[in-house]
Design a binder for this molecule. Structure first.
Ligand SMILES: [Zn+2]
Length: 1013
């Protein structure tokens, strides 16, 4: 059962070959074996003492440095159990989990209810753990493995803690790659997607991720996008979906719209090679700006989000307070105003020009003399900019002049520029080159003499350095600001806006950087926009009962002639739902960000055929308790999800309304979808470069026989090494399937979690994965020893008073470990530290011996006559600790954990005979271990001694000896200190006399004593 591929070797040969360490037959173990009865142990266990299969059926090379901290020779003593075959264990438990799914689910619910001591009929607390769902590219990468290892471990542990866990998985299945595959390889996007999903689902199984597959969804299925369309209609109904013109990339040869990714670095179409143009199309937008203030304010409610992410969102929303001023423009025929927004009204006296976007309506009044230059400039902007850097500011004079509202008779020129966009603010800004970097740069291109109006706090010399640069800081208004001269920027801004308001040419204004969400895509593989365009009625929503607007499957993909949908006549042509006349469907599909901005709500009620999700399920299920995904989604995906979730909450699709929820103190509240956000760092691969040419080297070009000293095979030189984002072009990628095949899923998962805290970058190092295998092998030995203790399983409640020192030490370590793991799974997610604790506990278990079953009274030392190398602990404590260890390890290494648990349970002597394999309940139906605060107290205190503020030496004493009162503590500690040999040097004079002590202070409950001489 355990060993699928077995190679029989003698014990010593096997041990020597794999570990180069000592032979296993120590006298102590021989002794142990001889005292144990084998009647309850299957014969194959006994057989291991003479012939054993390989411990790891998967070969690996052992690097001693890799696990210096986690191994001792002791872990290699012979185990009473057959060695572990990780591959066989994984297969066995994958199969068992599938078979028992229904049974376990039912047992889990009952257990969850009883763990929370709920009255009958009431439901246990839910806990919603969500990994960002993947795009079905066809291959899991190490970044996926990292996310799923975290979320799977969390889900399993939370179930053991008694929560009703929701842990779904699905597919962000619409998008461009499928459509490109269709154009390039002639495979239908649907077929390509379905195939990839099947492959990736298999890979997820291989990493032992336990998702709620009964909640699985794919955004490309009509059952899902029907409700994406429904939400579009709801937004439209609320006035939050509207149409306006927006610029697209246009391929003039293929006559089609291109996504940014389809425009190459030279600004040419990926397919036709034509120079791509900017063209305007009427497109759909979601009015996310309507929620800007909410989206900004409610970031403060997100206590468990990384500050970095919140700051990125704040910057994206970009709220700035300022003012709006009207500048009068007198043209030959007509006159008009140019409104500008500024965040610096204190610099209004420094305005030297106005800059407007090329779409600004005032440009219709440009005098003939300037029209041709303006047209040429507009034409030049149509080319797509593809360089990495933003273009510098460019512009042309329009011949228009504006009146400065504060400086009577001052005329300022109006420029049409490339750096002001029409859909931001008013499409015009005031040009203040002295105090704005971009205006300064533009002024230089036009030869404008820069004027300064604000100076930083005047220096002692009286004058601030103003010439030659730009002064963006606030300060004091200079003498050229009329009645405002000498005021601070803040005071001046207030006074200037007040004056302008009174005279009617200005007002206070708040502006946001965020723009409305452009969601129309001129593509096929997306959710069709559920609108119909009628000549008479305009855009008309598709009636809800007609949803979904199904994506036709019979399409040809040429990549030419615009959107494929537009070319399907009998799909586009329809009748107007309002007037019945002939009309046309909107042939655009939605941005895939729309699909992914509400999927977490659908998971809560994935099979609902009447509405996107029921109010009750949405209300009880939201918010997501822990959301795990990459930092690359810190802005758009999270912002869009917050928008949709807030919209659903505000419009009553879920939630109990602000009044109830604000009082109930629900966190984070106000429709915020994600309570804890865990952004995991990137997985980076070891990267080698030719030291001379800088070219990336393939793995087979580097000799890694000594991993610490790689050598470039062709040159014999040491290549340059670094850790970089995994990519094909750098030859530094790692295939998760290879890792699992070579090292097992459990060890791979542990390795991923152990190498770095979740939020930090992970430098993938395959060499050290062996450390985790050795750790598991050690746990297996502990489990084996536990099966021989003769102790029963089940409840165990020792008393500190009756335990000997070794037992107290072990008990304390166990309790520390339980506390650490519990905290980690509940709030800190520091799985790397958790694993370190488990390793420590395992090491400690390996150094103790469960004393023979005759010494059940643990207060008596087991044996006094022989000086023992091994410490003794009671069989009950050993068994209990091993069980707790296995329970805590199981969420991290699930198949191995199950195998250990089954072994512990089925071999325990508390049952009269060995249980039939397969009848032991899963470890995941067990209750999470609890810890006792009282057990965490140290026996010994190491107390630091400071003399005149410097640490000089330590003393050690038993906690129990420290008196409770202050005076008693001082006397006790003083006595100990002066007895210490180091006191000679620091507290006595040359003649051995005690030096005068001005002050002695006992700090931290006796952990630090400070002497002032
Ligand atoms: Zn109509």
């Amino acid at each position: 059962m355990l060993c699928r591929r077995t190679t029989t070797l003698s014990t010593s040969t096997q041990q020597t070959r794999l570990f180069h360490l000592r032979t296993p037959n120590t006298p102590r173990l021989n002794n142990l074996s001889s005292t144990l009865s084998f009647t309850t142990v299957p014969t194959r266990v006994r057989a291991t003492s003479t012939a054993v299969p390989l411990i790891f059926s998967r070969q690996f090379s052992y690097t001693p440095s890799a696990l210096a901290s986690t191994t001792t020779p002791d872990d290699l003593k012979a185990s009473p159990l057959a060695p572990v075959d990780f591959a066989a264990i994984e297969q066995k438990w994958l199969k068992r989990w599938k078979e028992n799914k229904a049974v376990e689910a039912q047992a889990g619910a009952v257990k969850a209810a009883s763990a929370q001591e709920l009255p009958a009929g009431e439901e246990p607390d839910k806990f919603y753990i969500l990994s960002m769902f993947p795009y079905p590219s066809g291959n899991l990468h190490m970044g996926h493995v990292r996310v799923y290892a975290i979320s799977d471990a969390l889900a399993r542990a939370r179930r053991m803690m008694g929560f009703d866990v929701v842990h779904p998985m699905g597919w962000d299945a619409f998008g461009l790659p499928a459509e490109n595959a269709a154009i390039e390889r002639g495979i239908h996007p649907n077929e390509w997607t379905v195939k990839n999903i099947a492959v990736m689902k298999g890979q997820m199984e291989k990493i032992l991720a336990d998702f709620d597959w009964d909640r699985e969804l794919r955004t490309c299925s009509p059952e899902y996008y029907r409700w994406t369309q429904y939400l579009f209609l709801k937004l439209h109904e609320a006035g939050l979906a509207y149409q306006k013109e927006a610029v697209v990339n246009w391929d003039p040869v293929d006559e089609t719209v291109l996504a940014n990714e389809q425009v190459d670095s030279e600004g040419k179409s990926w397919r036709s090679g034509a120079v791509v143009e900017k063209r305007k199309l009427r497109q759909w937008f979601f009015k996310i700006t309507e929620y800007a203030e909410d989206l900004l304010q409610d970031l403060d409610r997100l206590q468990h989000w990384p500050e970095r992410v919140k700051q990125m969102q704040r910057n994206w929303i970009g709220k700035s307070k300022g003012a709006e001023f009207d500048f009068k423009v007198n043209t030959s025929g007509s006159s008009g105003d140019i409104q500008v927004f500024t965040s610096r009204p204190d610099t209004v006296f420094g305005v030297q020009f106005l800059a407007v976007s090329v779409e600004h309506p005032i440009l219709e009044s440009v005098p003939v003399s300037h029209q041709q230059q303006l047209e040429e400039f507009k034409e030049s902007l149509k080319k797509v900019n593809t360089s990495e850097t933003e273009p510098g500011p460019e512009g042309v004079p329009t011949g228009l002049m504006a009146d400065h509202p504060f400086l009577q008779g001052t005329k300022i020129p109006v420029y049409a520029v490339n750096y002001v966009v029409s859909d931001y603010g008013t499409g015009a800004v005031m040009g203040v080159p002295g105090h704005d970097e971009r205006d300064f740069a533009f002024a230089k291109t036009q030869g404008i003499d820069v004027k300064y109006v604000v100076t930083p706090e005047p220096t002692e010399g009286g004058k601030a350095a103003t010439e030659g640069g730009v002064l963006t800081g606030r300060g004091v208004l200079m003498g050229n600001n009329g009645e405002y001269s000498g005021l601070t920027s803040e005071a001046a801004a207030e006074a200037i806006v007040k004056k302008a308001d009174g005279l009617g040419f200005g007002r206070e204004k708040t502006s946001f950087r965020i723009r409305d969400w452009l969601l129309s895509r001129q593509r096929y593989w997306g959710a069709p926009i559920p609108m119909i365009h009628c000549q008479g009625c305009g855009p008309v929503p598709v009636p809800v009962e007609d949803l979904p607007v199904v994506l036709p499957m019979d399409v040809s993909f040429t990549g030419r002639g615009g959107s494929p949908l537009k070319q399907i006549d009998d799909w586009v042509k329809c009748s107007c739902p309002k007037c019945g006349g002939s009309a046309q469907r909107d042939s655009d599909t939605m941005d895939t960000f729309v699909d992914s901005s509400w999927y977490f709500l659908r998971y809560l009620d994935p099979h609902n055929t009447n509405i996107p999700f029921s109010h009750a399920k949405g209300t009880s299920g939201m918010p997501v308790d822990v959301y795990i995904g990459g930092i690359e989604h810190a802005i758009l995906h999270l912002l869009y999800s917050r928008f949709l979730s807030k919209f659903a909450w505000k419009t009553g699709l879920y939630g109990r309304g602000p009044e109830v929820e604000d009082k109930a103190g629900k966190e984070p509240g106000r429709g915020e979808p994600f309570k804890v956000l865990l952004t995991q760092g990137m997985v980076q691969g070891r990267t080698f470069k030719d030291p001379v040419t800088g070219a990336f080297l393939k793995p087979d070009e580097v000799d890694l026989s000594d991993p610490a000293n790689p050598i470039q095979k062709s040159t014999g030189l040491t290549p340059n090494q670094s850790y970089e984002k995994m990519s094909k072009s750098k030859y530094n990628g790692v295939d998760p399937e290879d890792m699992i095949t070579s090292h097992g899923a459990d060890a791979t998962r542990l390795h991923v979690l152990y190498k770095a805290p979740p939020s930090e970058e992970l430098e993938w190092d395959e060499q050290s994965i062996v450390g985790m295998q050795r750790f598991l092998a050690k746990v297996w030995k502990v489990v084996g020893n536990a099966t021989q203790t003769g102790a029963g399983t089940g409840a165990f409640e020792p008393s500190m008073e009756t335990m000997n020192k070794d037992e107290r030490d072990l008990w304390r370590t166990l309790n520390h470990t339980v506390k650490e793991l519990t905290t980690s799974f509940q709030s800190t997610y520091a799985f790397n530290t958790s694993i370190a604790f488990l390793i420590k506990l395992t090491n400690q278990l390996s150094t103790v011996t469960p004393s023979s079953s005759t010494t059940t009274t643990t207060s008596q030392p087991a044996s006094k006559k022989a000086k023992k190398v091994q410490a003794d602990v009671s069989p009950e404590l050993y068994q209990h600790t091993a069980e707790a260890l296995v329970k805590m390890l199981s969420p991290l290494a699930p198949a191995f954990g199950e195998e250990c648990w089954e072994t512990l349970q089925s071999r325990s002597s508390s049952t009269s005979s060995v249980k039939t394999p397969g009848t032991t309940p899963s470890v995941f139906s067990e209750t999470w271990p609890s810890f006792h605060e009282s057990a965490l107290k140290e026996d010994k205190i190491v107390c630091g001694i400071q003399v005149n503020g410097k640490s000089r030496f330590n003393i050690e004493y038993d906690v129990s000896e420290l008196p409770g009162d202050k005076a008693g503590q001082e006397a006790f500690l003083r006595d100990l200190v002066y007895k210490h040999e180091r006191a000679q040097k620091w507290l006595l004079d040359d003649g051995g006399k005690v030096r005068d002590v001005k002050k002695m202070i006992v700090i931290k409950g006796g952990k630090l004593v400070s002497f002032v001489l």
